[in-house]
Design a protein around this ligand. Structure first.
Ligand code: ADE
Length: 235
């Protein structure tokens, strides 16, 4: 999978190169390009934003900078727009990013992320891009970040860990919270007693059927308590 990020803060994306993501790059499972939006400015100030039409606070990022940047980054080897690219725009005004989105994106060949700052990016940038590629505006949660960079780190991590060969144990993401619609229950390791606290005896029983049933009950209980919105309603 090829991932590209366009941002005015390339250094914000450096964590993409550490730990599991760095290993995925080393193994050739993903390749990552981070591009500085200011490379597409033409003025001495390298301005990327301007006052909003209609007034109001903040600044809006300029289509005349974003347009050429995306033309270049969305291009395939022949210099024409690669029709297989998915363009992702992190924004608090987007549709919610969730585990199902991560699963769906993990099948993509190429994803380009366009990170906005300030009050966002001129809408015509995406209206124009949508004439050539699929565009998804997504939010990672109901809170407002300063920009899209941290959201990109979150989404890339959620997607890349699903790629075959990235996690050591392939089964481990099949048991994730959300993959069966429930939260994952508690986990324990040795010692069996620690600071007077015992590991639930069923986990030491060796009875795999009993363990699986107990884990499912724990998942249900935790979901009921913490995230009742994930359960089907009674009526
Ligand atoms: N940019 C600012 N806030 C965001 C959010 N909640 N999700 C995605 N991108 C954002």
């Amino acid at each position: 999978m090829r991932l590209d990020v366009v941002t005015i803060f390339p250094e914000y994306l450096e964590p993409l190169r550490v730990a599991l993501l760095g290993k995925a790059i080393d193994k050739g499972l993903i390749s990552v390009g981070v591009h500085n939006l200011r490379d597409w400015t033409h003025d001495v100030h390298k301005a990327v934003d301007d006052a909003p039409y209609g007034g109001g606070p903040g600044m809006v990022m300029k289509p005349t900078v974003w347009g050429p940047a995306l033309d270049d980054v969305l291009a395939g080897p022949d210099g024409e727009t690669d029709p297989d690219v998915l363009l992702v725009v992190p924004t608090p005004a987007g549709r919610r990013f969730d585990q199902a989105t991560a699963q769906r994106w993990s099948k993509e060949k190429r994803i380009v992320f366009a990170c906005g700052r300030y009050e966002g990016i001129d809408q015509r940038v995406f209206d124009d891009a949508a004439r050539r590629v699929r565009v998804e505006e997504v939010s990672i949660g109901d809170y407002v970040l300063i920009g899209g960079e941290v959201a990109v780190l979150v989404m890339v991590e959620a997607v890349v860990r699903l790629l075959p060969g990235v996690l050591g144990n392939q089964a481990s993401h099949q048991e994730d919270s959300f993959s069966d619609g429930l939260l994952e229950g508690p986990s324990y390791t040795r010692p069996a007693v620690w600071r007077d606290l015992e590991v639930p005896p069923v986990l030491l029983s060796g009875d795999h059927g009993k363990v699986a049933r107990w884990r499912h009950e724990q998942s249900l209980e935790r979901t009921r308590e913490r995230r009742p919105d994930l359960l089907p309603s009674d009526d």
